[in-house]
Design a protein around this ligand. Structure first.
Ligand code: CDP
Ligand code: MG
Length: 696
């Protein structure tokens, strides 16, 4: 293990020595930091933003757009909304909004702010994420929400009139919803000059944001004549107080980053003074694997590794487990948090001194040619690597162990990530803009333009779904109905079709289950048992019908947690499914969908799925013995994921819900279909193909 880092050959270096060094690091250590407890108020005053309270309020008062850049942990998210409230921006029933790209961050940050203000979450401070609204009309003054939810709110209130200030947080992440939001907010500002925007970001990409919000000369001249806020954006940099972080690189590229991460954690635990460790991996799968491996290693070593508390952190983690991550580490103990990139900038964990960076994260990639979007484990950018390293320098000088070589960092890592809008399927984005009355989507004022090919693909799919007409306008009523359902248009269309097919109750259950991460408990070493248990529910039609069986079993058990435990079903997930289902039923009723059960007729259920997901149809290659499928549209090679009940069953024709890519492209959540349903569901979409029947 110790040869891994080659002691003595490692080159400690300071972050600001790196080429292109960033301004946040290396600020002089402030004596006030540390673990010591102090009153909430004193803690708040110690945060770097506190010194800027007056300038921030002044700038927001006098400028329509204020861009605030500051190191992660400097207090942007938790403090600025409170300053605004104290300054009266929430008076008269107005609301201060703060958006986040991630749901988990919305929840964590709002409960922190409620705690700081000494109020109950859901009252003065509340949050809204999809399918969960913890706010009170007329009471909530500070509202945290995902950028996606704010976009949805625009459908009912296009000018977002109830908000006085909107803080678009984590703008450097450039999530697809953030980018759409920025484009729309810029438009809204022209109609509502009194609205204030704060764009906050952890990196100095601020300049491009600033030029995006720059107003024209003519407008500035007009503005000189009235006394409103200045329309030109202003940038404020909140000085960081990070400590130096020593960077260590591996000597040789590592072949298995999970194994290497675990070895590095143990090495740090053996050789370094106390201080918590934060490990960046990519997603629930590899995080669970690392937690398990590390737990085993610690058990094998007996006493020597005691005092290590191992905690995972990813979205979808139950509330109680989230809280453990934020709880202070008891004296004499060391906490290891194994996280996705959510801990990169969205959440700050106190007490981290060591960071282990795998160099990867899960990213969305879309190829308009093959029309395939999937989540891929891909290398991070230098900007991300610096952010990750910075997490080690919050409480005292720290160390960052990069599981890649220095040569790789310098020569191969890209400087910045690509905005999500340029690597996503745009179907959802297009329908949202259309629903907001933005017809010329290519001419929309984007912070970063999406590719025309992806745009054309999206228009084509939406046309085939019957959501857009020949003039690329929303069809009535289908287009408007689909836009009203707060889910992917393909799922929304599936729900719509289920109304005609008489199986909406079943399809809504399926939609609810597909919108959460997983209904199974993560296997944690019991993969075989989990697989066996799954067989109890397995349906020959495929995963969607299997979900219906699980749901039925859950209802029959009287929604029992014990039943869930016995069947490896995640009880919390099922409760969530019930909640989402109820909300979807309400939406469905509102838009005129007939709620009806098909009483076990799975043929209509599969037809409804096809009506929404025809674009994801695949057929088994003739004579294929290894389960190789081809997508009908792009002729891409794909396989059924081992977690599917159809794995090794390999029906001739299937439709998948999503793809994941590891060594191969795997289809997740798969259902068998009859190819004739495809041309029935989407004649236009398949018209340039050979008729499916010829592919047998
Ligand atoms: O947004 P930014 O990264 O600038 O900082 P923040 O999220 O406002 O965090 C400010 C401080 O609040 C940090 O010292 C965090 O550790 C602390 N905090 C916390 O203790 N618990 C939370 N759930 C959120 C923040
Ligand atoms: Mg923040």
């Amino acid at each position: 293990m110790s040869q891994f880092w080659k002691p003595g050959t490692e080159k400690p270096r300071l972050l600001d020595d790196e080429e292109g060094g960033v301004l946040f690091f290396g600020a002089s250590p402030s004596t006030s930091s540390g673990y010591g407890y102090s009153s909430m108020e004193r803690q708040k005053q110690r945060l770097p933003v506190y010194k800027y309270r007056t300038p921030i309020l002044y700038l927001v008062e006098t400028h329509a757009t204020t861009i605030i850049v500051g190191e992660t942990g400097s207090g942007k998210t938790t403090q600025i909304p409170q300053y605004l409230k104290e300054a009266g921006w929430a008076d008269g029933g107005r609301v201060i909004a703060c958006t986040q790209p991630r749901r988990l961050a919305v929840q964590a940050v709002s409960s922190r702010v409620a705690e700081e203000m000494g109020v109950k979450l859901g009252e003065e401070v509340g949050y809204t994420i999809r399918f969960e609204d913890l706010t009170k009309n007329g009471v909530t003054m500070i509202k945290f929400l995902t950028d996606g939810v704010l976009l949805r709110e625009m459908m009912d209130d296009p000018l977002l009139t109830k908000y006085s200030v909107i803080m678009v947080d984590e703008a450097h992440e450039r999530s697809i919803s953030t980018d759409i939001l920025l484009g729309l907010l810029k438009k809204i500002q022209r109609r509502r000059p009194e609205l204030r925007l704060i764009i906050s970001s952890a990196t100095i990409e601020a300049k491009s944001m600033s030029s995006f919000f720059q107003t024209s000369k003519r407008r500035r001249e007009m503005e000189g004549k009235n006394l409103g806020p200045r329309m030109d954006p202003v940038i404020l940099s909140v000085e960081g107080r990070g400590f130096n972080v020593q960077i260590h690189y591996v000597e040789e590229p590592v072949s298995n980053y999970i194994q290497s991460a675990v070895s590095t954690v143990l090495l740090v635990h053996d050789q370094e003074p106390m201080g918590d460790i934060l490990v960046f991996l990519t997603g629930q799968d590899d995080i669970d694997a690392a937690v398990q491996l590390l737990t085993e290693e610690v058990q094998n070593r007996g006493k020597s590794s005691s005092g290590l508390t191992i905690l995972p952190l990813y979205s979808g983690l139950p509330r109680a487990e989230q809280e453990l991550v934020f709880a202070p580490t008891p004296r004499g103990k060391r906490k290891v948090v194994i996280s996705t990139n959510i801990a990169e900038t969205s959440l700050t964990l106190e007490g981290i001194v060591y960071v282990v960076d795998s160099g990867f994260s899960k990213q969305r990639f879309y190829n308009p040619i093959s029309d395939i979007e999937n989540l891929v484990v891909a290398p991070i950018s230098k900007a991300s690597a610096r952010q990750r390293a910075g997490r080690a320098g919050r409480v005292r000088p720290g160390k960052c162990y990069r599981l890649y070589t220095e040569e790789y960092f310098v020569n191969e890592m890209s400087a910045e990530g690509i905005p999500e809008i340029q690597r996503s399927n745009l179907v959802s984005c297009v329908i949202q803009l259309k629903a907001l009355g933005i017809d010329n989507i290519l001419g929309f004022d984007w912070p970063a333009s999406p590719s025309p090919e992806a745009m054309v693909r999206a228009l084509e799919v939406l046309y085939s779904l019957g959501v857009l007409d020949d003039d690329a306008k929303l069809t009535s009523p289908a287009g408007f109905q689909v836009a009203e359902i707060p889910l992917d248009p393909m799922i929304a269309k599936m729900i719509l079709s289920s109304s005609q097919l008489g199986c909406s109750e079943e399809i809504i259950t399926i939609a609810a289950i597909l919108s959460i991460q997983s209904i199974w408990v993560s296997s944690r070493g019991a993969q075989k048992e989990l697989d066996e248990v799954k067989l109890r529910f397995a349906a020959s039609e495929g995963d969607h019908v299997t979900f219906l069986n699980v749901y039925k079993g859950f209802l029959q058990s009287g929604k029992s947690s014990q039943w869930c435990y016995k069947n490896f079903v995640n009880y919390h997930a099922m409760k969530k499914v019930l909640e989402i289902r109820e909300q979807l039923r309400r939406t469905a009723q509102r838009i005129g969908i007939v709620l009806k059960s098909c009483e076990g007729d799975m043929l209509v259920v599969r037809k409804a799925i096809t009506a929404g997901f025809f674009a994801n149809a695949c057929h088994l290659e003739a004579y294929s013995h290894n389960g190789k499928y081809k997508t009908i549209r792009g002729s891409q090679e794909v396989y059924i994921h081992p977690s599917s009940v159809l794995f090794r069953v390999n029906p001739k024709w299937v439709i998948y819900h999503s793809l994941v890519s590891t060594d191969k492209q795997y289809m997740r959540n798969v259902i068998s279909i009859d190819p004739s349903w495809l041309t029935e569901a989407a004649p236009h979409f398949y018209q340039h193909q050979r008729p499916p029947s010829m592919l047998h």
